[in-house]
Design a protein around this ligand. Structure first.
Ligand SMILES: C[S@@+](CC[C@H](N)C(=O)[O-])C[C@H]1O[C@@H](n2cnc3c(N)ncnc32)[C@H](O)[C@@H]1O
Length: 269
């Protein structure tokens, strides 16, 4: 049987009535909707653009964003690079919210979203020119199966661009909750060398590799200054413990328990 993800991961991200609540706000033209809502990773839009700089793909290329969340990266890539982006996320609520945001921003011809498990993608072989994934693999224990499934859906010579949190050199246990896990059983970190080894072993070769730990740590330190974003934010999505998740993330980065990597790979076969 193919591996599939732990159902507890979906519950970690969703809450009762989440899609209805947020879509009502998104559909209300008098409400401001800002970037505090839809870039769900350390470094926000800037981090997405940093990774995009490493990816040599022309306008119109077909990109699959795996674990697309609320769709911020997909929309930013469609707007700035002209890519045609399909997002897939474990959470049906997130996929619906992402679609509502794209509709509000007139980006439905260049972005679309559906719900599915990254380990069992509902797409034919070689359907995409590239796979993109930011801050998702930390929830997935079956890493070898994940990177093989991503290789299945890209064309020969296609690309994989990833931005992930990795285990740091300090092996002390993490402080929880963090944004991807409220308890250790939901977190599946590997260290940077381990990540590279698993991806290469699953049929990819390294095109570029960047240690983004300092960038992530600096961004988190700056994010600790109190800010009140206009409109709905990730606090509304993740709930009352979201500020603790961010504070713990910053502390885990500060003392070397976490690192961050951006990398691009090419499918070898
Ligand atoms: C921290 S958010 C990142 C969202 C988005 N990539 C971004 O950077 O804005 C992690 C996302 O991964 C999704 N996810 C976790 N496990 C997944 C899986 N097995 N398949 C698809 N999506 C998954 C979650 O539902 C969530 O939307």
């Amino acid at each position: 049987m193919s591996p599939h993800s732990d159902p507890a991961i979906r519950s970690h991200y969703e809450s009762d009535g989440l899609a209805d609540r947020l879509i009502a706000e998104i559909d209300d033209p008098s409400r401001d909707i800002g970037p505090a809502l839809d870039q769900f990773h350390v470094g926000g839009a800037k981090a997405t653009l940093r990774l995009a700089e490493q990816v040599a793909l022309s306008s119109g290329c077909r990109v699959l964003d795996v674990g697309s969340g609320l769709g911020g990266p997909a929309r930013l890539l469609a707007e700035t690079r002209g890519w045609d982006v399909t997002g897939v996320d474990l959470s049906p609520d997130f996929a619906q919210i992402a679609a509502a945001l794209s509709a509000r921003l007139n980006l439905t011809t260049r972005t679309r979203f559906c719900a599915a498990d990254a380990l069992q993608l509902p797409f034919a072989e070689a359907r995409f020119d590239a796979v993109w994934t930011e801050h998702v693999a930390m929830n997935i224990g079956a890493r070898d199966a994940l990177y093989r499934e991503l290789a299945r859906v890209v064309c020969p010579g296609g690309l994989l661009a990833l931005y992930d949190v990795v285990a740091g050199e300090n092996t002390a246990p993490l402080t929880y909750p963090v944004p991807w896990a409220r308890e250790p059983g939901q977190s599946h970190l590997v260290d940077a060398a381990g990540l590279k080894g698993i991806v290469v072993g699953a049929g990819w070769e390294v095109v570029s590799w960047a240690d983004e730990t300092a960038f992530a740590r600096d961004w988190l330190n700056a994010a600790r200054a109190p800010r009140v974003p206009a409109g709905p934010s990730l606090r509304h999505v993740m709930g009352a413990d979201f500020p603790s998740m961010i504070a713990n993330l910053g502390a885990n980065f500060s003392d070397g328990r976490l690192g961050a990597v951006q990398a691009v790979f090419r499918k070898t076969a």
